[in-house]
Design a protein around this ligand. Structure first.
Ligand SMILES: Cc1cc2nc3c(=O)[nH]c(=O)nc-3n(C[C@H](O)[C@H](O)[C@H](O)COP(=O)(O)O)c2cc1C
Length: 325
């Protein structure tokens, strides 16, 4: 898939996820073949005003390529300035968030709230388009709510404004993550667009990605929650697409990736912050495995690398004994 001037090695993308898709996590998922990864949504206002740690979300590395930086905001000038800053910090692509349903965001007129104001959508996208020649994408939901599904109209505006691809998570904002993503809407958007359409929502197994391509005709597939604790999904999707077998990680495989991910997280955030941040990943990596409940209790207490290694080693040694892998 090409997005503007950017040629991707494959069409499987890692979704932007707030509090999750930081540099260490993106690096892990890329090791499993991901074609394009996104930062979590970054406040344009925070960036431009130099607030707190906002600019840290733009941290990247040579292995973390190609990188899409996702911005949110509602003021066209601020967003255009944030685009310039993002490009200066080395982004390969800029994405505009018009899908976030979180109250704190929509009450400022940002995120999915913008879908209720198509005129403002056009003004914002034109300002962002003028600010860079790099690929510019737009991530939307189906619409604000059931009676206001307007992804097709917003997609049309995006194309008119010179956006290079549209990413659609076909749930309404008021649905949150409830119900099923309406892949029919991805198909309808694809049918009307000249620029690439990337589908997002409910790709949890390799065959879901194959089915999304087949049923919607989309150009790319974006994977979010499915890779939490399961970066192997990324490679398995690619294998399945080329007719290959799906790989099931052994205890040793899991342990190796967890250690590697934890080490990168600690290197990036420091020991205390890194181990604390990693607790959620430990829960995802061991979800559904035997003895998980006990492990989760211990994992919730870790505050340093030594205790994290110990908890992990004890757990996986016991698990190996019981499942024999
Ligand atoms: C914890 C979490 C955080 C998210 N943060 C963002 C975000 O910052 N920007 C965005 O556009 N979408 C965000 N999303 C939505 C995902 O990018 C994706 O569209 C959605 O989860 C559906 O895909 P999935 O079923 O593969 O998870 C987030 C989703 C989750 C679960």
């Amino acid at each position: 898939m090409n997005i503007g001037c950017l040629r991707l090695k494959n069409a499987i993308c890692l979704a932007p996820m707030a509090g999750i898709t930081d540099l260490p996590f993106r690096t892990i998922v890329r090791e499993f073949g991901c074609g394009l990864a996104f930062t979590e949504m970054v406040s344009a206002n925070g960036l431009v005003r130099g607030m707190g740690k906002t600019s840290r979300y733009l941290d990247s590395s040579p292995a973390d390529r190609p990188l899409g930086v996702q911005l949110f905001g509602s003021d066209p000038e601020t967003l255009a300035e944030a685009v310039r800053m993002t490009v200066d910090r080395g982004a390969d692509l800029v994405d505009m968030n018009m899908g976030c349903p979180v109250k704190k965001v929509v009450k400022t007129g940002s995120g999915a709230a913008l879908m209720r104001n198509p005129q403002q959508v056009a003004v914002i996208l034109q300002a962002m388009r003028k600010a860079t020649d790099l690929p510019l994408t737009l991530k939307i939901r189906a619409g604000w709510r059931h009676r206001e599904v307007n992804a097709l109209a917003i997609g049309h505006i995006a194309e008119e404004c010179g956006v290079d691809a549209v990413i659609l998570h076909p749930r309404t904002a008021d649905q949150g993550f409830g119900g099923e993503a309406d892949w029919g809407l991805i198909a309808a958007l694809k049918a009307q667009m000249r620029i690439p359409v990337i589908g997002s929502g409910d790709v949890r197994r390799p065959e879901d990605a194959t089915r999304m391509f087949r049923e919607t005709g989309c150009d790319g597939v974006m994977v979010g929650r499915g890779v939490l604790g399961n970066p192997w999904l990324m490679r398995n999707i690619l294998h399945r697409l080329s007719g290959g077998d799906v790989f099931v990680p052994s205890c040793a495989d899991r342990m190796e990736i967890i250690r590697h991910h934890l080490a990168m997280t600690v290197e990036y955030y420091g020991e205390k912050g890194g181990t604390r941040d990693f607790r959620k990943h430990l829960l995802w990596y061991t979800k559904g495995l035997r003895g998980g409940a006990q492990f989760r209790q211990a994992a919730g207490q870790i505050t340093d690398l030594a205790s994290a290694w110990k908890v992990l080693q004890d757990y996986f040694q016991n698990l190996e004994k019981t499942v024999g892998t």
